[in-house]
Design a protein around this ligand. Structure first.
Ligand code: GLP
Length: 244
């Protein structure tokens, strides 16, 4: 769906999450959300915080799996996705912090494979992702699944694309400070979600959005794998949808 602006679009996605969380609570169940970082979902998180503070939306029955984390990175570092999520969402809602899972950017390299298997197992044990929120990188990455990612890939350690590292340079005060790697949920992990919403705003994303939706499915643009699922919805503003 296409909205006049990112605010209207973010509010709509927040409303859907609100409905999902309340529905699950009424059934005595957890809502299992896969969440993303980056500039794109910030307004969505702002709106969820507002719904918590003003409309009584509780996160007590919410389980969150974050998509990815830089590697290596200290959890307490200003650029870590853990700090990002705390700052934009977790610190402002009544979520049980034990229900929040984010890949560990400080794990020893030799432990990453085991960690990744555990992450997948925890998603499955929680009942699977009810909803996965995605942004999109200019390389066509979702999570940090860069070009070359396989459609059935699971959580794993990946190398970041040069363009992705350039785009992150501002956050890190220079490209040289951007980690070379990340731990990300895989394409297979994402596609297993019962519902997927990819959000994109601004003309900067128009070209990659067009490729993701209309391009041939290929590892060159990992977001094209979303065409393999019929549970995917693109939520765009007019500018991001302008080339469709
Ligand atoms: C990062 C994240 C992605 C995100 C992408 C786009 O690389 N790992 O999950 O979708 O950037 O970021 P932005 O929303 O800031 O454009």
């Amino acid at each position: 769906s296409v909205f006049p602006g990112m605010q209207a679009a973010s509010k709509e996605v927040a409303k859907r999450i609100d409905i999902l969380i309340r529905q699950k609570a009424a059934e005595g169940k957890n809502a299992v959300l896969g969440l993303a970082t980056g500039a794109t979902p910030i307004m969505l998180y702002d709106e969820l915080v507002r719904l918590h503070k003003e409309e009584g939306l509780s996160f007590k029955n919410v389980v969150i799996f974050n998509l990815d984390e830089y590697f290596p990175i200290e959890a307490s570092s200003a650029q870590s996705y853990k700090v990002f999520m705390q700052k934009h969402l977790f610190d402002h809602v009544d979520i049980n912090i034990n229900n929040v899972l984010i890949p560990d950017g400080m794990i020893r390299k030799e432990d990453v494979a085991l960690f990744s298997i555990g992450y997948e197992a925890k998603i499955i044990a929680s009942g699977g992702l009810d909803l996965q929120i995605l942004g999109i990188g200019r390389t066509g990455h979702i999570g940090f699944n860069e070009p070359g990612s396989a459609p059935n890939s699971g959580t794993r350690l990946v190398s970041l694309d040069e363009l992705t590292r350039s785009d992150a340079a501002r956050d890190f005060g220079g490209k040289a400070n951007v980690p070379l790697k990340a731990i990300t949920m895989g394409i297979g992990t994402i596609l297993a979600a019962r519902k997927i919403i990819l959000m994109a705003w601004s003309e900067k994303k128009a070209e990659i959005v067009k490729k993701a939706i209309e391009g041939e499915i290929s590892a060159e643009i990992p977001a094209t794998y979303l065409q393999l699922s019929n549970s995917v919805e693109f939520v765009l503003d007019n500018d991001a949808a302008s080339l469709l």
